[in-house]
Ligand binder design. Structure first.
Ligand code: HDE
Length: 489
C-alpha cells in the first residue's frame, strides 16, 4: 500500500476514491444515488451561503491591536483601558450599508466601522459608522428608513422618490443627509476615513462614578474622499476597490492606524445641555467637550478565511464589558435587541462560540445546547444555578451602575425640535467648492423624484438650515423656494 499523507476525504473523513467523475450506471449514466460523496458535495454547496446582513452586507475585515496611550482610569474601570501601553487584540469589519453582498464599494453611503476588542473581561463591541450622527433617532423608524434605501418591491430598482419622501417627512435626517451628500459621503478607501461610536455611552470608574462619552477614531492616514466621477468609474472597473485596498495595504506591511479619542460629559450636564445629548442626530460641541486621547488601533493581519472571520463575525452594541454601559439614546436601546437577534438568525444560536466571535478566555455560564453546539457544551459540569456543586458565580462588583429613572411611560418624540442648526452649521463650515459639489450631488439625487410636493417639502428643510443652501437647491431643481418658509424667517 502506498503512503498518502495529503488524502482528500469526505466530510465524514473517509478517503474519496474519485472527485472528478460521478458514479454512473455504465459509461453513459444515469447517475447513481449511491454516489453519496456526490450527494454530500452538492448538498453542502447548496448551503454555502448564510443570509447576508440585511444592512451592511458588503464588507471587509482585518485583525489588529489596540494600545492605550492615555490613563483614563478616572473615568472607566474597563480593564483593557487600565494601563498606558496595554495592548488588546481586536478585529474590525468595515462595510457599506445599503448594497447587497456583491455591490460596489465606492458608492455614496455611510460606512460601517464595527470593532471587536477581545478584552480579558470579555469582548467589547463598538459598532459604529464613519459618521458621527445618524438619519433618525428612534429605532422604531429604522425598518421603514431602510426600506427606502433598498429596492422597490415591483421594479427591484433603487427608488429616489422613496428616499427623499422619507427624508422630507423626517427632518431629523437633515444633518446626516448633508454629511452624506458632502465630500465625506464617498471615502477614498476604508483606511482614509474616521470612525465614530455615534451614540452616547456611559463610562463608570472603580468608585462607581459615571460620565457620558462619545467615541472618535481619527484616521492616521488622513481623511481622503473620492469625487462622484472617479467613484462612478471605479464602481464599474473594480467594484471591490475598498476591499482590495485594505487587504493589499496590510499584505504589504502598510498597517493602517487610527487614534481613538473620547469626548467626556459630566453626568449632570445631560440635564441642562442645550439639546438632548442622547439624540444621535446631533454632535456635541468640541469646545464644550474637547477630544481626549485614549489610544491607538493598528490593523496588521488579514483574515485567513473570509467566510469564517468576516462573514461569520457578529457584532452587537450590547456586547459590553465592566466599566462601559449604555445611555438612554432610543436608537442605541433598539440596537441592543436588534444585533444579537440578527446574529442568531443569520449565524445561529451559538454564534458567540465561533472562533472569530468567542472571547480569548474561557466562557462559563449555564447556557447549554442549541443548534451547532460545536464545543464540549459544558461536558458534565453543573448546568443550573443556584447549585451546591461549585458552579461559576456572579461578581456583584460588576453589576451595572444603578441610575434613577422617572417619568410617564408613553410613546413620545424627543422634546426638542431643532433639526436645522447643526445641519446649517455643517453647510456653513464647508468651503465654497464643497458647497457647490454638495448642492450638485443633492440636485442630481433629487431630480428623478417623481413628485414636486416631495421636492418642495425637502427644499423647505434645506432653506431652514441655511437660506443659501435651500435657495441653491431650489434653483438646481428649477423650483421656487416655498413662500411660507421665506416669510417665516
Ligand atoms: Fe445597524 N444593523 N442598526 N447601525 N449596523 C446591522 O446587524 C440596526 C445603526 C451598524 O459589520 C444589522 O448583524 C437598527 C447605527 C454597523 O457586522 C442589524 C438600527 C449605526 C453594522 C442592524 C441601526 C449602525 C450594522 C444587520 C436603529 C452606527 C454592521 C445585520 C436602531 C452607530 C456590523 C446585523 C457588522 C448592522 C440594525 C442603526 C452601524 C439589522 C435596528 C446608528 C457598522 O441588526
Amino acid at each position: 500500500m502506498t503512503q498518502h499523507n495529503n488524502r482528500l476525504t469526505t466530510s465524514w473523513g473517509a478517503p474519496v476514491g474519485d472527485n472528478q467523475n460521478s458514479m454512473t450506471a455504465g459509461m453513459r449514466g444515469p447517475t447513481l444515488i449511491q454516489d453519496v460523496h456526490l450527494l454530500e458535495k452538492l448538498a453542502h454547496f447548496n448551503r454555502e451561503r448564510v443570509p447576508e446582513r440585511v444592512v451592511h452586507a458588503k464588507g471587509a475585515g482585518a485583525h489588529g491591536y489596540f494600545e492605550v496611550t492615555n490613563d483614563l482610569t478616572n473615568y472607566t474601570k474597563a480593564a483593557f483601558l487600565s494601563k498606558v501601553g496595554k495592548r488588546t487584540p481586536m478585529f474590525i469589519r468595515f462595510s457599506t450599508v445599503a448594497g447587497e453582498n456583491g455591490s460596489a464599494d465606492t458608492v455614496r453611503d455611510p460606512r460601517g466601522f464595527a470593532v471587536k476588542f477581545y478584552t480579558e473581561e470579555g469582548n467589547y463591541d463598538l459598532v459604529g459608522n464613519n459618521t458621527p450622527i445618524f438619519f433618525i433617532r428612534d429605532a422604531i423608524k429604522f425598518p421603514d428608513f431602510i426600506h427606502t434605501q433598498k429596492r422597490h418591491p415591483q421594479t427591484h430598482l433603487k427608488n429616489p422618490t422613496a428616499v427623499w419622501d422619507f427624508w422630507s417627512h423626517s427632518p431629523e435626517s437633515l444633518h446626516q443627509v448633508t454629511y452624506l451628500m458632502g465630500d465625506r459621503g464617498i471615502p477614498a478607501t476604508y483606511r482614509h476615513m474616521n470612525g465614530y461610536g455615534s451614540h452616547t455611552f456611559k463610562w463608570v470608574n472603580a468608585h462607581g462614578e459615571a460620565v457620558w462619552v462619545k467615541y472618535h477614531f481619527k484616521t492616521e492616514q488622513g481623511v481622503q474622499n473620492l469625487s462622484e466621477e472617479i467613484a462612478a468609474r471605479i464602481a464599474g472597473e473594480n467594484p471591490d476597490y475598498h476591499t482590495e485596498d485594505l487587504f493589499n495595504a496590510i499584505e504589504n506591511g502598510e498597517f493602517p492606524a487610527w487614534t481613538l479619542y473620547v469626548q467626556i460629559m459630566p453626568l449632570e450636564d445631560a440635564n441642562t445641555y442645550r439639546f438632548d445629548p442622547f439624540d444621535v442626530t446631533k454632535t456635541w460641541s468640541h469646545k464644550d467637550y474637547p477630544l481626549i486621547e485614549v489610544g491607538r488601533m493598528v490593523l496588521d493581519r488579514n483574515p485567513e478565511n473570509y467566510f469564517a472571520e468576516v462573514e461569520q463575525a457578529t457584532f452587537s452594541p450590547g456586547t459590553l464589558v465592566p466599566g462601559i454601559d449604555v445611555s438612554p439614546d432610543k436608537m442605541l436601546q433598539g440596537r441592543l435587541f436588534a444585533y444579537s437577534d440578527a446574529a442568531r438568525y443569520r449565524v445561529g444560536a451559538n454564534h458567540q462560540s465561533l472562533p472569530i466571535n468567542r472571547p480569548h478566555h474561557e466562557v462559563k455560564n449555564y447556557q447549554r445546547d442549541g443548534q451547532m453546539r460545536h464545543d464540549s457544551n459544558g461536558g458534565g459540569s453543573v448546568y443550573y444555578e443556584p447549585n451546591s456543586f461549585g458552579g461559576p458565580t456572579e461578581s456583584p462588583e460588576h453589576k451595572q451602575a444603578p441610575f434613577p429613572v422617572y417619568g410617564m411611560a408613553d410613546s413620545v418624540a424627543y422634546d426638542h425640535d431643532d433639526h436645522y442648526t447643526q445641519a446649517g452649521d455643517l453647510y456653513r463650515l464647508m468651503s465654497a467648492d464643497e458647497r457647490t459639489r454638495l448642492v450638485q450631488t443633492i440636485v442630481n439625487s433629487m431630480k428623478p423624484v417623481t413628485s414636486d410636493e416631495i421636492k418642495l417639502r425637502q427644499i423647505r428643510h434645506f432653506y431652514k438650515a441655511d437660506a443659501e443652501y435651500g435657495t441653491r437647491i431650489a434653483q438646481g431643481l428649477g423650483l421656487p423656494v416655498p413662500q411660507e418658509v421665506k416669510s417665516s424667517e
